[in-house]
Write a protein that binds this ligand. Structure first.
Ligand code: ADP
Ligand code: MG
Length: 310
């Protein structure tokens, strides 16, 4: 359904002293039809930028994005407008994705209106969609501030599926919600995925949460994917030293140093790696397939396994 090849996004900031931030630094992966592919990593490692670049909400600096056989990274505005309804994004905070001046019924109706459906049909479809995501008929005429965060996120989901898309990017879709509501929204997302046969890119900083959502997981660190594997393999036999630390909950021990500024050669995890060798300081490791479907970008994969079992 989706293939991303060597994607890069560099932000240039500062007025007097220009800084280059390689928010995404050569990322490649694919997502099969019907699959939920997870991107996990610390805050600031480039997850949201990646999600936005894939949908061309942010322009990538370099690289290719192929969606269902079409290279969309080079498409012009008009062609992109045609393909957009097939790809939807769900953001973390429903309050910022819903218009506070519109009833949520109006918000759900928005994509249907753009498609030029008749008013009566739109009304019927909105009622159907609202029911489908677990909202009550009276919720449809309320404004976002009159509903809970969970109810608003349900409305966001209803709007996202209104045009029956093929592909959804869910960027930390429950991060702004109470813990008690998170599971409900995740279950709803899972249910919709199944009913609509959706393919999904699921972004989160929470590995535990991904266990229940994803078929495969990619671990990001400083703009790079350092490990990709089936969900079970990530949890049962992690191979990259950073993934091991993430699983043990030690990632907070490391200084926050968001993104590489003017990237040098060498492994991005060199500074904190318990398994580093001299080579890691000057040679950037490329992802290698260690066993079926398990890719790791590390020169010392074996020693990191030893470190974990010791
Ligand atoms: P994540 O979603 O993993 O927390 P982001 O993709 O939001 O990470 O950010 C990755 C890096 O890019 C961060 O260092 C962030 O500060 C930087 N960044 C994100 N958006 C912009 C922007 N519009 N301009 C400049 N830097 C940005
Ligand atoms: Mg983010």
């Amino acid at each position: 359904m989706l293939e991303v090849c060597d994607l890069k996004k560099t932000y240039v900031t500062g007025t007097f002293h220009k800084h280059r931030i390689n928010a995404i630094d050569g990322v490649s992966f694919y997502i099969r039809k019907g699959e939920t592919f997870g991107i996990v990593g610390e805050s600031g490692c480039g997850k949201s930028t990646l999600g936005r670049c894939i949908l061309r909400l942010t322009e990538p600096t370099e690289g290719r994005i192929i969606f269902d056989g079409t290279e969309i990274s080079k498409l012009g505005r008009e062609s992109m407008r045609k393909i957009r309804p097939r790809m939807q994004m769900i953001f973390q905070d429903p309050d910022s994705s819903l218009n506070p001046r519109k009833t949520i019924g109006k918000s759900i109706a928005e994509p249907l209106g753009i498609k030029g459906f008749q008013r009566k049909l739109i009304e019927r479809k909105v009622a159907e969609l609202a029911r489908h995501v677990g909202l009550l008929p009276e919720h449809v005429d309320r404004y976002p501030h009159q509903l809970s965060g969970g109810q608003n996120q349900r409305a966001v989901l209803a709007r996202a599926i209104a045009l029956a898309p093929d592909f959804i990017v869910a960027d930390e879709p429950t991060a702004s919600l109470d813990v008690s509501v998170q599971a409900q929204i995740l279950n709803l997302l899972k249910q919709l995925k199944k009913e609509y046969g959706l393919t999904m890119l699921f972004i989160s900083h929470d590995l535990e949460l991904m266990k229940h959502m994803c078929d495969r997981i990619a671990v990001m660190y400083m703009g790079k994917i350092i490990e990709t594997a089936y969900t079970r393999d990530i949890f049962e036999s992690p191979m990259h030293p950073f993934t091991c630390l993430l699983l043990e909950g030690h990632e907070n021990d490391m200084e926050q140093e968001n993104c590489i500024i003017d990237m040098k050669e060498g492994c991005c995890f060199y500074k904190y790696c318990p398994a580093r060798s001299e080579k890691c300081s000057y040679k950037t490791p490329k992802p290698q397939e260690i066993c079926s479907g398990h890719f790791v970008a590390c020169h010392n994969v074996m020693s990191s396994i030893n470190i974990r079992t010791n």
